[in-house]
Design a binder for this molecule. Structure first.
Ligand code: T46
Length: 134
């Protein structure tokens, strides 16, 4: 049983292809305020290395694949995203590292707030202290 939440989205498919529809607070547990995407990453690059104090996000690999190392301060788990029909909840106070990007990877991220650098914890020791003192 995983400590991290992976959603299997309903696919609406026919001979023309597949479609996934996501609606705030309906089939995803966040109210979407911002959307960004990451692409053009190389296999050797790793990104992330932070946790968010308040921000909640859903990460969806809409093309290609990558691994996301998730760490809530107690449990670490590597989750592979390799289909547009799955979404990973990156909840508040979850350290995450994105790696093993396939050349074609496009990672779409839905976020429930605007960009705020002050919401990031980019130092692992600080993160671990915050989690253990919570
Ligand atoms: C996260 C993971 C999954 C902006 O100006 N606006 C934005 O909305 C975002 C997301 C980033 N930026 C700027 C901040 C940095 O100067 O873009 C630059 C790259 O951001 P960062 O180094 O934080 O990228 P990643 O890939 O390490 O992390 C990103 C998100 O920042 C982060 O919130 O959870 O993807």
């Amino acid at each position: 049983m995983s400590n991290f939440k992976l959603f299997n989205f309903s696919e609406i498919g026919d001979e023309r292809g597949s479609l996934v529809a996501l609606e705030s607070l309906k089939n995803i547990p966040i109210d979407i305020e911002r959307v960004y995407y990451i692409y053009g990453t190389s296999m050797k690059q790793e990104r992330g290395f932070h946790a968010h104090k308040e921000l909640r996000q859903i990460a969806i690999c809409v093309n290609g694949s990558l691994d996301i190392l998730m760490d809530d301060g107690n449990t670490k788990e590597t989750i592979t995203l390799d289909t547009p029909s799955k979404g990973l909840l990156i909840d508040r106070m979850q350290w995450h590292v994105m790696k093993n990007f396939s050349p074609s990877c496009v990672l779409l991220v839905l976020a429930d707030d605007e960009y705020r650098e002050s919401d990031y914890i980019r130092d692992y020791e600080h993160f671990a202290n915050e989690v253990n003192n919570a």
